[in-house]
Design a protein around this ligand. Sequence first.
Ligand code: ADP
Length: 160
Amino acid sequence: MPTALYPGTFDPITFGHIDIAVRASQIFKKVIAVVAANPVKNPMFSVDERVEMVKDSLSHVPNIGVISHSGLIVNCLREYKATALIRGLRAVSDIDYEFQMAFTNRNLLGSAETIFLMPSAEYTYLNSSLVRQIAHYGEDVSSFVPQFVQKMLMDKLSSQ
Ligand code: ADP
């Protein structure tokens, strides 16, 4: 299988995202993590900061690239001649939103297939907003994010 895109906000990247990206890299020849500008979500980190964190966190996997993108992901699929979108599924609560996205993308581009992967059980309840909240209250997030991301969180919070 050639190239897949793994789109997300990654605000910030967690061990859950990393788990999914690594699984995808074992199925596809090339995986590109696509960091969405996503101003609607009003992210804590700038798109450049998020790209930097994703790059650092996935640098040990040779067939994963990282880019940023604003706009529709189907345009990115066309540009990179990618055949699939990777999304992570945690709990049933993810399904409604993910189905909506997958069907919308397929309506926009008939060849756009979404492939859902499940993380290791320990990351099932992990998400970026939880990490931001825990870090905000000064608690240790080392079991949720890599060291570099932890530092970026501490720097960001101390500069606010
Ligand atoms: P988005 O704003 O596009 O949902 P996220 O960065 O929140 O961006 O998530 C990107 C993708 O990674 C989504 O498919 C999401 O379900 C998945 N994901 C996030 N955290 C985890 C996790 N702990 N385990 C598995 N998948 C995850």
